[in-house]
Design a protein around this ligand. Structure first.
Ligand code: ADP
Ligand code: MG
Length: 506
C-alpha cells in the first residue's frame, strides 16, 4: 500500500484548509445558534392555543423536515433568478448556505425544544400563575432555563450534525473543508491522503465543540452542585432587624374572601354545585372531606387556576373572578389581575423552581412585581426565611432539601407577595410522616399571627386545633360549616362518622 504520509502531514500546514475550517466553524455556530432561537419560537407556536400560529408551526416543521438539505441549498442559492432583489445576499454562498441550514435545522430543533417544554411539570406553570408572573417572565425565568437543560444533549447532537452538513454547502461552491480537498485531489490524484486530512479536520472541529458542549452541560447540571457558599452574615443581620411597620390598609374590609354560588363541571359531570361561603379577615378555615369531594377543585377556582362555570369570587369586598356577559348567551371569564397578588397558594407538591436557589425562589415574583426596593425585598426575604426556619439554607437548591424543608420554602415564597389570604391544598400529604409536624408548626404560627387562611387538610387534630371554622365537603357541596367546638360536641352526625377515628382530647 502506498500512502504519501509526508504529503498527508503537509496538509495540516495548508492555509486554505485552516481558513476553510474557520468557515465551517463560523457557519456551524451561526446556523446552530439561529436555529436554536428560531426553533424555540416555532416550538412555542406549535404549542400555542391560537390555531393560525399552531398551523403555521406544524406546516413549517412538516415542510422543512421533508425537503432534503441539498435540494434546499440549490434552491436558495438560485433564488435570485426568480427574485433578483435577493441576489445581494444569496449570491454569496456563505449566506445562502446559512439560510438553507437555518431553515432546515429549525424544523428539527423545534421538535427537540418541544420535548424540553413538554418535560416541564404542570406545577411549574401553576406556581408561576399563583405568584402572578406574566407569560413572558414565566417563560424567560422559569420555563426556558429548565427546558434548555433538558434539551441540551439533543441540541449538542444537532450541532455535530450541522458541522457535517456544512460539507454539503460545497455544492454551491463555498470554500469549506471538503471543497478545498476536492480541488487538491483533482490536481494531484492523491485522493486517499487528501480525504484522510479532510476527515481529520472535521474530527478536530467536532471533538473541540463536543468537549465544550459537554462542559456546558455539566456546568448547567444542578444535581452535581453540592457545595454552595455559606449564607452571608449580612442575611442573618437582616433577619434580626425588625421590619418597618406596614400601614394597615385592610381596616374596613368586611370579607377577605367570598365564594358566591360556584359551579364547576368536568366533562359535563358536576364536581362543584352551588358553593357559597365567606371568610372574614384573620379567620382560619379548615376544609375537610372525603377524597374526590371537590376540595382541590374549589381551591383552584378561588384563585383562578381553573375557570368556574358559574358564580363569582370576591376578594376584600371587590369582585375578583366573574363571568361577564359579552353578548346574548355569551360569557367571558374575567379575572382582576390587580387583585391576584392578594391571594397566595401552597401546593401539595411544593412546586419550587428547581433551577433557582431558595433565596432566588423567594425573590423572583416580588422582584418582577417591583414590591419595594431591592434592599427591602432582601430584608423581607431574610425575615420570612427565618420565620419558617430556613434561613441557613438560603443558598441551597430545592433538590438539596427534604420535603418538609421544601414545603416551608414554598410557604415563605407565597408569603413574599404579602397576600391577604393564603390557600393551602393538603400541604403535608406529600411528606414523610416525621416531616409533617415541622410544616404544621409553621402554618400554626401563621395562624397565630392572624393571617387569613383556608387549609385543605387530612390532619384532623391540627385542623380542629387551629381553625375558627371547619367546612366539610361531600360530593361537591359544603354539607357543614361550623366551629370546631360545635363539631366536637357532636352536633353533626355525618361528620362524627367521618371523624370516628379521631380523638379530640388534645
Ligand atoms: P379532592 O381534592 O376533594 O380529593 P378534587 O377536587 O381533586 O377532589 O376532585 C373532585 C372530582 O373532580 C373528582 O371526582 C375528580 O375526579 C374530578 N376532577 C378533578 N379535576 C378534574 C379534571 N381536570 N378533569 C376531570 N375531572 C376532574
Ligand atoms: Mg385534593
Amino acid at each position: 500500500m502506498s500512502f504519501d504520509w509526508s504529503y498527508f502531514f503537509s496538509l495540516f500546514k495548508d492555509r486554505d484548509f485552516w481558513s476553510a475550517t474557520w468557515t465551517v466553524i463560523s457557519l456551524s455556530v451561526s446556523a446552530w445558534l439561529l436555529s436554536v432561537i428560531f426553533g424555540f419560537l416555532l416550538a412555542l407556536a406549535r404549542q400555542h392555543k391560537h390555531p393560525l400560529l399552531q398551523g403555521f408551526a406544524r406546516a413549517y416543521i412538516w415542510l422543512f423536515r421533508s425537503v432534503p438539505l441539498l435540494v434546499l441549498l440549490i434552491f436558495v442559492y438560485n433564488l435570485p433568478q426568480a427574485l433578483p432583489s435577493t441576489s445581494v445576499l444569496l449570491s454569496n454562498p456563505y449566506w445562502s448556505g446559512l439560510l438553507a441550514l437555518v431553515l432546515s435545522e429549525s424544523a428539527y430543533i423545534a421538535e427537540i425544544h418541544r420535548g424540553g417544554l413538554l418535560s416541564i411539570p404542570k406545577g411549574q406553570y401553576e406556581a408561576g400563575k399563583a405568584l402572578g408572573l406574566g407569560y413572558r417572565v414565566l417563560q424567560y425565568k422559569v420555563i426556558i432555563p429548565q427546558a434548555i437543560r433538558v434539551a441540551l444533549p439533543a441540541l449538542a447532537n444537532e450541532f455535530i450534525s450541522i458541522v457535517k452538513l456544512t460539507s454539503l454547502v460545497s455544492v454551491v461552491s463555498l470554500t469549506e473543508i471538503l471543497l478545498v480537498g476536492q480541488r487538491l485531489y483533482t490536481e494531484n490524484f492523491l485522493v486517499m491522503e487528501t480525504m484522510s486530512a479532510v476527515a481529520v479536520y472535521y474530527i478536530l472541529v467536532v471533538t473541540v465543540f463536543d468537549t465544550l458542549l459537554k462542559r456546558l452541560e455539566a456546568w448547567l447540571d444542578l444535581s452535581t452542585r453540592h457545595k454552595r457558599p455559606a449564607v452571608s452574615p449580612q442575611l442573618h443581620t437582616l433577619a434580626r432587624t425588625p421590619l418597618p411597620a406596614i400601614e394597615q390598609t385592610s381596616g374596613n374590609v368586611q370579607k377577605a374572601l367570598q365564594a358566591k354560588s360556584l359551579h364547576k363541571a368536568f366533562n359535563n359531570i358536576e364536581v362543584l354545585g352551588n358553593i357559597s361561603f365567606d371568610v372574614t379577615p384573620g379567620e382560619v378555615i379548615a376544609l375537610i372531606g372525603p377524597s374526590g369531594s371537590g376540595k382541590t377543585t374549589l381551591i383552584r377556582l378561588l384563585n383562578g387556576m381553573d375557570r368556574l362555570d358559574r358564580g363569582e369570587v370576591w376578594l376584600n369586598d371587590q369582585p375578583f373572578i366573574q363571568l361577564q356577559r359579552t353578548g346574548p348567551g355569551k360569557e367571558k371569564f374575567y379575572e382582576n389581575q390587580a387583585l391576584s397578588q392578594q391571594i397566595g397558594m401552597v401546593f401539595q407538591g411544593f412546586n419550587l423552581f428547581p433551577h433557582l436557589t431558595v433565596l432566588e425562589n423567594l425573590l423572583l415574583a416580588p422582584t418582577w412585581h417591583k414590591l419595594g426596593s431591592s434592599e427591602q425585598r432582601q430584608h423581607f426575604a431574610a425575615v420570612t426565611l427565618d420565620k419558617v426556619g430556613m434561613l441557613d439554607h438560603a443558598n441551597k437548591y430545592p433538590h438539596q432539601l427534604s420535603g418538609g424543608q421544601q414545603q416551608r420554602v414554598a410557604i415563605a415564597r407565597a408569603l413574599m407577595m404579602k397576600p391577604r389570604i393564603m390557600l393551602f391544598d393538603e400541604p403535608t400529604s406529600a411528606l414523610d410522616p416525621e416531616k409533617v409536624a415541622e410544616v404544621l408548626q409553621v402554618i400554626e404560627q401563621l395562624a397565630r399571627e392572624g393571617i387569613t387562611m383556608l387549609i385543605v387538610t387530612h390532619e384532623m387534630k391540627f385542623a380542629f386545633n387551629i381553625s375558627d371554622r371547619v367546612l366539610f365537603m361531600e360530593q361537591g357541596r359544603i354539607v357543614c360549616d361550623d366551629s370546631p367546638e360545635a363539631l366536637r360536641k357532636g352536633d353533626h352526625p355525618r361528620i362524627m362518622q367521618f371523624l370516628k377515628d379521631i380523638s379530640f382530647n388534645e
